[in-house]
Design a protein around this ligand. Sequence first.
Ligand SMILES: [Zn+2]
Length: 489
Amino acid sequence: MKKSCIAFLLMVCTAQVFSQEIKFNFTKPELEAHLMYIASDELAGRRTASAGERLAAEYIALHLENYGVKPAPGEADFFQKIPFTNFLPPKTAKLTIGNTNFKIGDNLLIINEKNIDTKTEIVFAGSGWVDEALGIDDYKGLDVKGKIVLTIIGSPDGNSPNAVFQSMAQKQKFAADRGAVALLEAYRMALPWQIAQSFFGKERMEIATPDSSGTLLYGWVREENPGIMTMVNGINPIAHLQVERGDSKSLDALNIVGVIEGTDELLKNEFVLLSAHYDHVGVGKQGGGAYTAQDSIFNGARDNGIGTVALMAAAKDLAANPPKRSVLVLACTAEEMGLLGSQWYADHPMIPLDKMVFNLNTDGAGYNSTKHFNLIGMGMTNTDAELKKAGQQVGLTMLGDPAPEQNLYERSDNISFARKGIPAVDMAPGITEMNEEIYKNYHQVTDNPGTIDYDYLLKFCQAYTLAARLIADKTGKIEWIGEAKIFEK
Ligand SMILES: [Zn+2]
């Protein structure tokens, strides 16, 4: 008798567990409508600081307001303005040594532009590095005043992209301090020249700085046969350098910032930061990929329309029924410009960063599995169990990083917060491997809202929302684990 009672009770309890379906405060048609608008042609690829991006910002902010999300304390609205300067590539750029011409678009790349038209000596200065402690002075015995300096790309740390990017500003300063008018570097990187050219050779946006006039003209020269070094080293020939800089203009872009107050008297002082970038790359040449007259808009339905919709869905659900911890909702601009929007927020937070205990970012390259999601940063924080459970509850299996060699963790906005010491991960739509299925849409004009599986969008948004809720309700400290403790502050 007793035994069957327990069995009966167990049966009732189990039945209850299974019948207790999780309710979300959003529907599939609603999410579909969001994505149809955010990735519509009307928004023209949501390029940072463009009119289309502004429309997306207003759409997101209006919905946050309707959901009952509040602006950050002391703010009148949801917008954080970021000043940008937009630079068009130089109108002309040419270097002539003897009978040899180096030209922009071919074998000359101007990275820091100045208007210049000068005939002067070009002097080779080795790696162009100075470090008294190491006894290095590549400028020793050289007079470069009023001259063009030619150096080999890189630093004593090598010529990996990282070493090159880290040393660029310092090398310009070494040359400028010695009175040079320009610094050109002979290009010797494993990275193909075409990639460097498509990265630096197009219209670009930078965060506006009060004064960048102190620096000198800086560029790269492709090494060919005969190499520019052979022409210059020990000869110091006269070179003619002509650069007419492209037009630049000031533009503002917007981060969208909202707050949902937690319900627990103590824990509400801690925030879970939910983030997703809502910008994309724009139209035509801006996009950096192939396009046609019929279709030139990079709609960014996957990148990062899906993440934007997931962020909105979570905001709605959490605002209607807040968790114990507070939530900061951040839709970032300028991710495609080099994570500049999240970096700006991390440097200009509207609520002190030491109150942010976790960042759950959502961004991805697309998906080739509707049964999965990926956790970029799996094994880095003590929240894997919550994320895994969130997926399971809605029928999605959690995978780790599908392509560790591609440094995906460092290629989305989560890294801006990880660098400030905040445990951070990125939740991405399901990729079992980086294959043709992904690349055919990634940063392509074909990344349209008409090609999205909306049943999957619903599940993904549910998993993101539930993960946010479970983490915001988690007992105990949220922290870095294992090797990721290097981020700990
Ligand atoms: Zn993205």
